[in-house]
Design a protein around this ligand. Structure first.
Ligand SMILES: Cc1cc2nc3c(=O)[nH]c(=O)nc-3n(C[C@H](O)[C@H](O)[C@H](O)COP(=O)(O)OP(=O)(O)OC[C@H]3O[C@@H](n4cnc5c(N)ncnc54)[C@H](O)[C@@H]3O)c2cc1C
Length: 408
């Protein structure tokens, strides 16, 4: 019969076990400390760089796995280790993907290596899109990029917020408005090279979870970058703006374009991170339920506890299947006719939140203390219904895609 199967091949199992080893041996023992310190865990990133786990090559290899499962398998293991440290390790890829998706070969070759640095001198990168008044609604963005033809430079002004690695990054990728008449279609992405005057870190946020990951405002005041820092180049931008103006004139503009497809393709990776957190909390809860004795028997002997664990495991497996399906679709070039990428992120994010809350409940008082890791996992999981598109926005995308209607 057919070839269908969900078993990982030997290469994938090798990568999974390698990343798992790092997560178990290096990340887990460091997780509580960096959560308390609320600082970027540079020594752990450096350890990851030394073994090649924090490197452009590793992500490129995982990305080009022909089944699409390379990235989700690695993400699940990393975030099983710890989400705060995990985000510090993969935060750079957000910016790198911005360059890979929109940059020329020369831009990719110049800037992506500088985002990672070297094993002896690790660097991070930041992707700056969100603003105080433009979160879910990216079309409300105010940061402007104006071209100074005489100097062949772009001048950026504005304030970005919630930027992972914002202000501590070697390279910042900044999304800015170049034509305010065109809404989200009038935006472009720019590289801000290391040490560029005018870029500064604003407030660093104290957060509920993923506290080992640095999140801050980025202030751009008369930031001048060379013309070559416009991702994709000026010619391509002019062509894109001309097409957008044409569409606007024709009326009935709907953003159902390449940007949408990019989001659908990248969301499963975020879903895989949520699956990793959920699995970690479920494993702690399962062990605990088998050993904690009340009323003369392990608490798992009660259906109320055992059924919760059964539901936890079922939801985790369902989330992983949605993530794998969407990752496979992205790699195979299948059209996301039901917003399957958004589905995977929505379901995995909500699952992580529910599973980690359930794990806390199973651990009783211990679950509520920092003696056990599940309260941290619960705090970390909460971001997965908020960033990379909130759960409501995922539902909006799915609803619009399945109905074909401009649902608000
Ligand atoms: C820790 C952290 C790291 C982040 N990292 C980055 C980063 O590296 N780079 C970056 O650019 N951004 C980053 N973000 C920003 C993140 O993507 C935004 O927080 C997110 O998109 C939501 O925007 P908002 O916070 O402004 O919420 P809002 O958009 O103000 O939403 C508030 C609430 O209203 C709901 N809502 C809004 N519109 C609708 C609607 N049409 N229908 C139904 N409900 C709606 C939302 O779902 C949400 O519940 C990060 C955020 C955090 C907290």
């Amino acid at each position: 019969m057919g070839d269908f199967g969900l078993e990982l091949n030997d290469d994938q199992k090798g990568v999974r076990d390698w990343v798992h080893g790092f997560a178990a041996d290096v990340m887990r023992p460091a997780a509580a400390e960096w959560d308390e310190r609320e600082e970027t865990p540079w020594p752990v990133i450096q350890e990851a760089a030394k073994i090649g786990l924090y490197s452009m090559d590793f992500y490129a290899q995982a990305f080009f796995d022909p089944t699409g499962l390379g990235i989700p398998v690695a993400m699940e293991e990393l975030f099983w280790g710890d989400a705060g440290i995990g985000l510090s390790i993969v935060g750079t890829t957000l910016a790198a993907v911005g360059v890979l998706a929109n940059g020329t070969e020369e831009q990719i070759g110049t800037w992506v290596p500088q985002m990672f640095g070297t094993a002896d001198d690790v660097k991070v990168a930041a992707f700056c899109s969100s603003e105080p008044d433009a979160g879910s609604d990216v079309s409300a963005m105010r940061t402007r990029a104006v071209y100074d033809e005489a100097k062949d430079e772009w001048v950026l002004n504005g304030t970005k917020t919630w930027a992972t690695n914002g202000g501590i990054a070697n390279v910042h990728v900044v999304v800015a408005v170049v034509d305010s008449e065109l809404g989200a279609r009038g935006q472009a992405s720019f590289i801000v090279p290391p040490g560029t005057p005018g870029l500064s870190q604003g407030q660093k946020f104290k957060k509920h979870g993923i506290r080992a990951s640095h999140t801050a405002e980025v202030v751009l005041g008369q930031v001048r970058v060379p013309g070559s820092c416009l991702l994709g180049g000026k010619e391509k931008l002019e062509e894109r703006l001309a097409r957008a103006r044409e569409k606007q004139r024709a009326g009935g503009e709907r953003i159902k374009n390449a940007a949408m497809a990019t989001f659908e393709a990248s969301r499963p990776a975020v879903g895989a991170q949520a699956v990793g957190i959920a699995r970690a909390a479920y494993e702690v809860a399962l062990d605990y339920a088998k050993t904690r004795v009340q009323f003369g028997r392990p608490i798992i002997d009660n259906q109320g506890v055992a059924f919760t664990l059964a539901d936890m495991r079922t939801r985790i497996d369902a989330a992983r299947l949605l993530v794998w399906r969407a990752s496979w679709m992205a790699t195979a070039g299948k059209p996301f006719t039901a917003a399957e990428g958004s589905m995977s992120k929505l379901y995995a994010g909500e699952t992580a939140k529910w599973v980690t809350a359930s794990a806390m409940q199973i651990l009783g008082g211990n679950g509520f203390t920092r003696e056990y890791p599940v309260e941290r996992m619960h705090r970390d999981a909460a971001i997965y219904t908020i960033f990379e598109g909130t759960s409501e926005i995922q539902r909006l995308v799915i609803a619009r895609t399945i109905s074909g209607l401009p649902i608000r």
